[in-house]
Design a protein around this ligand. Structure first.
Ligand SMILES: Cc1cc2nc3c(=O)[nH]c(=O)nc-3n(C[C@H](O)[C@H](O)[C@H](O)COP(=O)(O)OP(=O)(O)OC[C@H]3O[C@@H](n4cnc5c(N)ncnc54)[C@H](O)[C@@H]3O)c2cc1C
Length: 321
């Protein structure tokens, strides 16, 4: 029997959806029905998340009470380290998030655990755990194995693992936080810009604009096109950097990975590696570009060599007819 330990993530008293994705990934790593999925929730209000974490695939929820409400890397590292010692899991799953990246590497390196970040496939190939992540700026997929490691810590990419349906009735236990001296102090929580905007990682149809739109005044016609078509308007980085759309709409390496998107229409976007890192997994990509040599065509299912303004005009007429 082996154990898979999930560390749930919450912020500002809300469970982050990635916690349920980690549970789904953990369930997928079970090699036999005897294997157990344990979910630890760490925080001053940890108990309040038990109902939301009592979902299909979970065998036990472990509540770790902490003195402070906000995330603290020292407290999390200490708690997870003690949990690993006590529960001896084969795999520990954390979100690939700014919080988890604050302690995951230290946790793994101090104890010599196997470690891989930004993993989007985790599976057993025979008896070997294999994690797949991007390499060389997402140009290639790299399979990582962990020979000789009895515990492996993985941070998983968000919006990739499909949440399991249904509730469950797992056992609930508590676990004492070891004595830990925190080296930092939270002063204030500042919402990032666009925090109240639509979550582009969760939408399924995107119309995305790039530098090919030329001027800020042209954004509006593509916003109207997206609205008429029922799509969410997103963009490449230069558009967000110029402030023509909020940063929350930027797709790519330093923007967001549009994990749930099924249809992505790229208008006047060249297809840089950094942009494609956020959308190349989308099953149906339609690219419109005047340059037949644009890189975006290498990943597009349908490529249209055309002027986006002529295309927008034509589509507007068709949709109005
Ligand atoms: C560390 C780092 C992180 C980065 N992160 C990101 C990121 O997260 N997301 C991101 O997008 N970029 C990112 N970038 C920037 C990236 O390298 C590119 O500069 C950017 O993606 C280019 O955006 P674009 O395709 O809109 O513009 P361009 O590369 O300038 O392409 C514009 C395209 O529009 C076409 N075009 C022009 N006029 C028309 C027309 N009328 N009709 C049709 N087509 C037309 C052109 O042929 C061209 O292909 C990052 C860069 C770095 C160094």
């Amino acid at each position: 029997m082996s154990t898979i330990l999930v560390i749930a993530e919450h912020r500002r008293n809300e469970l982050r959806p990635v916690s349920l994705e980690l549970i789904a990934a953990a369930y997928g790593l079970k090699k036999s029905v005897d294997d157990k999925v344990l979910v630890a929730v760490i925080g001053s209000q940890a108990e309040s998340f038990v109902p939301a974490l009592s979902v299909a695939g979970v065998d036990e929820v472990i509540v770790v009470q902490t003195p402070i409400a906000d995330f603290d890397p020292d407290i999390f590292e200490s708690a997870v380290s003690a949990l690993i010692t006590a529960k001896n899991p084969a795999v520990v799953l954390l979100p690939h998030s700014v919080d988890a990246l604050g302690y995951a590497a230290t946790l793994a390196s101090k104890a010599g655990y196997g470690y891989a970040t930004d993993v989007f496939i985790a599976e057993y190939q025979g008896d070997e755990l294999v994690a797949t992540r991007g390499g060389y700026n997402q140009k290639v997929n790299v399979e990582v194995d962990f020979p000789g490691k009895s515990t492996v810590v993985l941070t998983l990419r968000t919006s990739v693992f499909k949440v399991l349906e249904g509730a469950a009735n797992p056992s609930v236990s508590s676990f004492d936080l070891p004595v830990v001296q925190s080296r930092s102090q939270n002063k204030e929580f500042i919402e990032p810009g666009g925090a109240n905007d639509v979550d582009i990682t969760a939408v399924d149809f995107i119309v995305s604009i790039g530098r090919g739109i030329g001027e800020e005044t042209n954004v509006e016609q593509f916003r109207e096109l997206a609205e008429t078509a029922g799509a969410t308007l997103c963009c490449s980085r230069p558009i967000a950097d110029a402030g023509w759309l909020p940063k929350s709409r930027q797709v790519g390496q330093s923007g967001k990975v549009v994990g749930s998107c099924k249809l992505y229409v790229a208008l006047g976007i060249s297809g840089s590696i950094q942009h494609m890192a956020g959308m190349k997994h989308v099953p149906t990509i339609i690219a419109v570009n005047t340059d037949p040599g644009a890189s975006i065509f290498t990943i597009a299912k349908y490529g249209i060599v055309a002027d986006i303004f002529e295309m927008e005009e034509e589509l507007k007429n068709q949709l109005a007819a």
